[in-house]
Design a protein around this ligand. Structure first.
Ligand SMILES: Cc1ncc(COP(=O)(O)O)c(C=O)c1O
Length: 400
């Protein structure tokens, strides 16, 4: 349509949201569908957080707040960084937005000039490249295969950096693979970044709390203090606190960038929801014990899903350290035929096949920049997951 801006052609609607919508549509039409596409916990927001929101409404916290967050929430965020990450930030080094996604968007709008390069390890969260493209930047992908646990290697990062590199985006634990960097693995990357003083680091720590088997989470500014004055440490309440709908994300960064981000936000959405901000203060300052309870369930599901998928003919599933995703390879199904005679030529074909044949909705690896794989979110009930994995095994067994 001629009326629409050319820049819209640079991007596509989020493929993960598209899969969730498709699964919902099929269900509404009466199909027996198990949706494994959604990137949100199936647990409800804890009651103490809900109560804080109700109290905020009663108190009259229903007006505009400071554009990039209330002083109370910024203080709670400083406390969180100090307590959990050993990072000392002042309130003027903190920004709050309507979700982690908006933080990344604001940061890119505020910093990218046409042609600036952004290094993105692949597979990646679907929004990184499209946000960069919308800001006229150039995504530079670094493929990270199953053999390295889907983690970027120092030499590959070093090779990807050019004089035009403005940012490197890191995401640990990762969406879509669940891979999380150990301190040593991250140190190897920060050693490279120290050598390139023109490069900024955006670390997306959204899944910080979702790690299993005593994995110890670390973040770049904590490991390498020399990087702190060019690092944006992004986090949020969406995943760990089961608050995806409340839309609160936050970040710590040098003051000049925080001000630039606030300038962008002041001319777009203004402040994030006042009630959600009050609830987020309680999330960060209140009891944290439910996180371990949720993680025990997530770990059990991860182990079950990995085991069951590894029993499916043609699939190979790596066991990840965190988040609530697995990213199995479907390489062993490529070239096989479905009972209807259709050849599976790609991961797109494979996910279309398991949806059609068995009503299991997963997301194709091509959406995340690394094929032939697919992503399964195990943030759904254990019974539904077991059923879904049995169906996938059955679908794989029928390929010849
Ligand atoms: C890696 C990653 N970063 C950021 C986000 C966005 O979080 P929010 O819902 O707070 O915008 C998501 C959500 O799926 C994610 O997976």
């Amino acid at each position: 349509m001629a009326f629409l801006a050319d820049r819209l052609d640079l991007i596509k609607p989020s493929p993960t949201i598209a899969v969730t919508m498709k699964a919902r549509e099929l269900k509404a039409a009466g199909r027996d569908v198990i949706g494994l596409g959604a990137g949100e916990p199936d647990f409800d927001t804890p009651d103490n957080i809900k109560a804080a929101a109700v109290e905020a409404i009663r108190r009259g916290d229903t007006k505009y707040t400071n554009v990039d967050g209330t002083p109370e929430l910024k203080k709670a965020i400083c406390g969180k960084f100090e307590r959990e990450n050993g990072l000392s930030y002042k309130v003027d080094e903190i920004t709050v937005a309507s979700g982690g996604k908006q933080i990344i968007y604001n940061a890119m709008v505020a910093t990218l000039n046409p042609g600036d390069e952004v290094v993105i390890p692949a597979p990646y969260w679907v929004s990184y490249p499209d946000i960069v493209l919308l800001c006229e930047g150039k995504p530079v992908f670094v493929p990270c295969g199953q053999e390295s646990g889907f983690k970027m290697q120092a030499r590959d990062l070093d090779r990807a950096i050019t004089p035009k590199t403005k940012w490197v985006i890191l995401n640990s634990p990762s969406n879509p693979t669940g891979a999380a960097y150990t301190r040593d693995e991250l140190k190897a990357l920060t050693d490279v970044l120290v050598k390139h003083p023109h490069v900024w680091i955006l670390t997306d720590d959204m899944y910080e709390h979702l790690v299993y088997d005593n994995f110890v989470f670390t973040t770049p500014a904590q490991i390498e203090p020399r990087l702190k004055d060019r690092t944006v440490t992004m986090n949020g309440v969406s995943k760990a606190y089961c608050m995806t709908g409340w839309r609160i994300g936050y970040a710590a960064a040098p003051v000049a960038l925080i001000k630039a981000i606030a300038k962008v936000q002041s001319q777009s959405t203004s402040n994030p929801c006042s009630v959600s901000q009050a609830a987020s203060v309680e999330a960060l300052n209140g009891p944290q014990d439910f996180i371990a309870k949720h993680n025990a369930v997530f770990k059990q599901r991860r182990d079950m899903v990995v085991e069951m998928l590894n029993q499916a003919k043609g699939l190979k599933c790596h066991k990840p350290e965190g988040a609530f995703y697995v990213y199995p390879s479907c390489a062993g199904t490529i070239g096989k035929r479905t009972p209807e005679g259709k050849v599976i030529a790609s991961d797109d074909d494979f996910v279309a096949y398991i949806l059609e044949a068995e009503g299991v909705a997963a997301v194709q690896g091509s959406a995340f920049g690394l094929s032939p794989f697919f992503r399964i979110s195990y943030a759904t009930s254990t019974e539904a997951l077991k059923d879904a994995c049995t169906r996938i095994q059955r679908a794989c067994a029928k390929l010849g």
